[in-house]
Design a protein around this ligand. Structure first.
Ligand SMILES: *Cc1c(COP(=O)(O)O)cnc(C)c1O
Length: 485
């Protein structure tokens, strides 16, 4: 039935619409939605609910804006999915990718072969990385990057003559991807519950969320306390069994959880004390999100491995990888022999060409410095002002990511607010008002988050925050009408 309409009714308008500059569309949205729900299994989606509402069909992007198939224009407050750092519609990205596709669309890096963009990108990443990083392993995604981390860490300790060091410690509510190893490293209870996860050897400690766990402490005290959970876990497992600790400098998908400044230096001290490898998952924090090339540089720690993806290509083409620091590289690369790991698309020439052009744009436009000195501070001030809204308990930001908590009753401090009952799903309600009124924000429970493209100007930040305020008003009215306040 659905396939009957593919040829004539759906594809024709889809193909006919490609007119840059036009904000209207001639898409048959309903037909697309029907085909979508009939055939396309979406990631992290309740398909029963999707079928009722129908997916929103995105058709075009330019700068910080997206257009859907009905011609609605929205501010993309989430950079796609934390990745479109240089914004949509960059002609030089298209050219770089097209040029490489003409020249050499694919070749593998197995069997003593390589390709020009992969070589140049590896060298460029090493220039940008913190001192001590001289090697890169390429993957197709952030999940594959973290799978690679697991395999590298285990292989490293095997080569070091300590094969019993297999435990990897991560944190509850962390996100490290959705492959079996990635989901195991991650601390998403809902993901673990749907399979036999985590795999053996992966352990979790609590996240450094001051709002959740910091009652009765100063933020500085809490940072040390939260890092102390790592030491307790290492001692519980036996230091001789612990291979690595992995964390995002700022937890992204978990809801922009910003640890106190005392946290990461103490984590570093503990890892050093027990010889445990330290892994920074920079899939979100890497490439300027926090105002530094890598988040560990801002947070004051020196990881042994850095996982990256998303912002490395601004999402234009999938690419991920692992930067390998001196300690692991010396063992694995210099005396490890064959490392039996890799992907068909490791070092994909088109993806690497996209990354090179993306990094050139970021450097030419000084985007990392702009986040540190101009747009990041502006976003912080704007979000601090949103905290005065009756529905907002508190707001936080770091670089170009920010979050606010929707609360039923405001209090003096983060621990004095009254939360909405989870089952009311006020975050989702708020998200829908945002989505319908021209701004994309993500809801993590009752925490509303943004991570806009790094090219967003201060004027555009104001435009976005005005819209957010308007939608908070709509949400407040809605919540009051339902008698939930
Ligand atoms: C998105 C993300 C991943 C997974 O990356 P994919 O490309 O979706 O596989 C891993 N770690 C973090 C911190 C992420 O945000």
């Amino acid at each position: 039935m659905a396939s009957d309409i593919i040829a004539g009714d759906v594809l024709a308008p889809v193909l006919a619409v490609d007119t840059p500059g036009s904000e209207t569309s001639i898409f048959d949205t309903r037909a697309l939605q029907q085909l979508d729900s009939a055939h396309y299994l979406h990631p992290f989606t309740d398909h029963g609910a999707l079928r009722e509402r129908g997916a929103r069909v995105m058709v075009r992007g330019d700068g910080i804006y997206l257009w859907d198939s009905e011609g609605h224009k929205v501010i993309d407050g989430m950079s796609g999915l934390w990745c479109v750092n240089v914004g949509y519609g960059r002609a030089s990205m298209t050219q770089a990718v097209a040029r490489q596709m003409d020249l050499l669309p694919f070749y593998n890096s197995f069997f003593n072969t390589t390709n020009v963009p992969a070589v140049l990108l590896a060298a460029r990443l090493v220039e940008l990385a913190p001192p001590g990083f001289k090697h890169v392993f390429f993957t197709g995604s952030g999940s594959e990057a973290n799978d690679t981390v697991v395999r590298m860490v285990w292989r490293y300790w095997q080569l070091m003559g300590q094969p019993q060091r297999q435990a990897i410690i991560s944190r509850h509510n962390a996100y490290h991807g959705s492959t079996v190893a990635g989901a195991s490293l991650g601390g998403m209870a809902g993901m673990h519950a749907q399979g036999a996860l985590p795999i053996p050897g992966i352990h979790h400690i609590d996240q450094p969320s001051f709002a959740e766990h910091g009652h009765g402490m100063s933020e500085a005290e809490f940072g040390l306390r939260a890092a102390g959970w790592l030491e307790e876990k290492i001692l519980e497992l036996g230091p001789e069994n612990v291979a690595a600790f992995i964390g995002e400098p700022v937890q992204g998908a978990g809801g922009v959880i910003i640890p106190p400044p005392t946290y990461w230096p103490e984590i570093q001290r503990i890892c050093d004390k027990y010889g445990v490898l330290l892994v920074s998952d920079e899939v979100i924090c890497g490439f300027g999100r926090l105002g530094t090339w890598f988040g560990c540089q801002l947070m004051g720690f020196r990881p042994d491995l850095i996982a990256f993806a998303k912002g490395v290509t601004s999402g234009y083409v999938p690419l991920g990888g692992v930067l390998v620091g001196a300690r692991v590289a010396q063992t694995l690369v210099e005396k490890g022999g064959d490392f039996n790991h890799g992907f068909t698309y490791s070092g994909h020439p088109v993806a690497c060409a996209a990354a090179l052009e993306n990094l050139r744009i970021m450097e030419d436009e000084g985007l990392v410095g702009r986040v540190a000195l101009e747009t990041g501070p502006h976003l912080r001030t704007a979000f601090a002002m949103l905290a005065s809204h009756p529905l907002v308990g508190h707001a936080e930001s770091m670089g170009m990511t920010a979050a606010l908590n929707l609360v039923r009753r405001k209090g003096a401090g983060v621990h004095d607010c009254e939360d909405f009952p989870r089952e009311l799903a006020v975050g989702m309600l708020c998200r829908a008002h945002m989505f319908d009124n021209g701004v994309i924000m993500r809801a993590v429970g009752e925490r509303m988050i943004v991570a806009p493209p790094l090219v967003m100007t201060t004027a555009q930040i104001d435009e976005m925050v005005e819209r957010i305020r308007f939608c908070l008003d709509l949400t407040l009215e809605d919540v009051e009408r339902r008698g939930w306040m």
